[in-house]
Design a protein around this ligand. Sequence first.
Ligand code: F0G
Length: 282
Amino acid sequence: MSVQVTLGEGGTPLLHAPRLSERFGVDLWLKWEGANPTGSFKDRGMAVAVTRAVEDGAHTLVCASTGNTAASCAAYAARAGLRAVIVVAKGAAAGPKLLQVQAVGGEIVEVDGSFSDAFAHAEDLGSRAGHAIVNSTNPHRIEGQKTAAFEILERLGGPPDVLTLPYGGGGNTRAYALGFGDRLPRFHPVQVADRAHTVASAIRIVEPVHAAEVEDVVRRSGGSVVTVDDDAIVAARNLLGREEGLFCEPASAAGIAALDRSARPGERVVCVVTGHGLKDPA
Ligand code: F0G
């Protein structure tokens, strides 16, 4: 019998959004993932990945991150009594996320370059004996994250018409598709136009590692990838705060920013709000 590594992740609120529903002419629901223990959806997958890493005898967890995977990895590592080594592109992660890492004893390695450079370095470190990589290329991460779709099915009694969510590397899109199984809503993953320089630091990823799988999910579900600019992201972040009282980080408002281009009048839409505003308040 293995010991489950948990901080009480999952079981997050699915909130009806009456004001935004009226504004956009849809039946809008918000899956509030900022309510997870470290403030983002990453905790769902991290709980499973770290539990498996412990079973496999790992002593060190490694990830590359724009900040949220980092905060989650470090917290679950501390919980399990493991070491966490976090690789970030220098200057790229929001300050509060790095503070989260340090507060629970994670070690931060900065590399000059992009997220892809950080990822390559993490893969290198993670290939050593006793090390486990806990990026979304670790299948246990996807298995854990799919539970959000189960919660939506349970709460709504079936799939919504449309699902919108931010598209960084694409792991979460894969996870939701896995969770919905043969009951896929129309998927509209939302990316930013300028992936390299966006204000939405969490999704500042030029080369999405799951791009092919995201394309497949979009095609199978009859949806599309929607591209928005930074102004739309910031406006959506502010709108969500003022109209519904949810303070999310900029990346997490991507689904709201794309609502007018993903949902048709009267449709039931679930928008995944992926992380807390306190993480990237600038
Ligand atoms: N929203 C937030 C708040 C994120 O932190 C991320 C990814 C995404 C959306 C995109 O999810 O990559 O599965 O498409 N953050 C990663 C990290 C890259 O390192 O924390 P995705």
